[in-house]
Design a protein around this ligand. Structure first.
Ligand code: SF4
Length: 213
């Protein structure tokens, strides 16, 4: 895909949604970190439901440790992999207190060293809590970037590197959210809604889907 087309796509996504953000509910970097950690293989809706009850009780590392493993499990038991996630929350909170004064570090290496926090989670936290121009590539972004030919790659790292190279600076901070939302609601996995897609004329996918009636 050429540069002009990429800029046209980004401009259209921006015009359609000038201030995009995550669909996870959060009020602090700590809440965002825990919500992203909980969202692995789970929907944002299910995470928001659980954290709406959890955060009023525990919205800091200290309070989370006070709450303890069993109680945390009780709050998040509707979310997939909750046992492992609860253990990771406890370990992460302990490290935040021991090494970072109870704060979420604004540092990729430090974030990626936390239990249950990988490159994608670190990218989301750096981008959404701290405004860094990082681009976290999840399954939705991977699919959209390959289908459209915007930033094709064999794996998420390749797509991330390509995006960081081809997305102009002015679009970098919000690019992650535009592509996620586009993949979640329009360019969906099983049957993309090409007829309702605002970038259809720019997309280079060879197998666009339109309703037959
Ligand atoms: S035209 Fe279809 S395949 Fe291309 S981005 Fe839109 S929904 Fe996805």
């Amino acid at each position: 895909m050429n540069k002009q087309k990429r800029i046209a796509i980004l401009t259209r996504l921006r015009d359609n949604n000038p201030t995009p953000t995550t669909e996870l509910t959060f009020n602090s970097p700590f809440e965002l970190l825990i919500s992203v950690l909980l969202s692995a293989q789970a929907t944002d809706i299910s995470v928001n439901k659980a954290t709406a009850k959890l955060y009023p009780v525990a919205n800091t590392a200290e309070k989370m440790l006070e709450l303890g493993l069993d109680e945390i499990k009780r709050y998040i038991k509707t979310i997939g992999l909750f046992n492992t996630k609860a253990k990771n929350i406890i370990k992460t909170c302990q490290i935040l207190i021991d090494k970072y004064n109870g704060e979420v570090p604004e540092n990729r290496e430090a974030l990626e060293s936390l239990p249950g926090v990988g490159r994608k989670t670190a990218n989301v936290v750096l981008n959404t809590a701290f405004g860094w121009p990082t681009i976290a590539v999840d399954t939705h972004i991977f699919r959209v970037c390959n289908r459209t030919n915007f930033a094709p790659g064999k794996n998420v790292i390749e797509v991330e590197q390509k995006l960081l190279t081809v997305v102009p600076t002015e679009f970098k901070v919000d690019c992650h959210h535009w592509f996620i939302l586009h993949g979640r609601y329009t360019c969906i996995a099983r049957k993309p809604r090409c007829g309702a897609c605002i970038i259809e004329d720019l997309c280079e996918f060879n197998d666009k889907q339109h309703p037959t009636t």
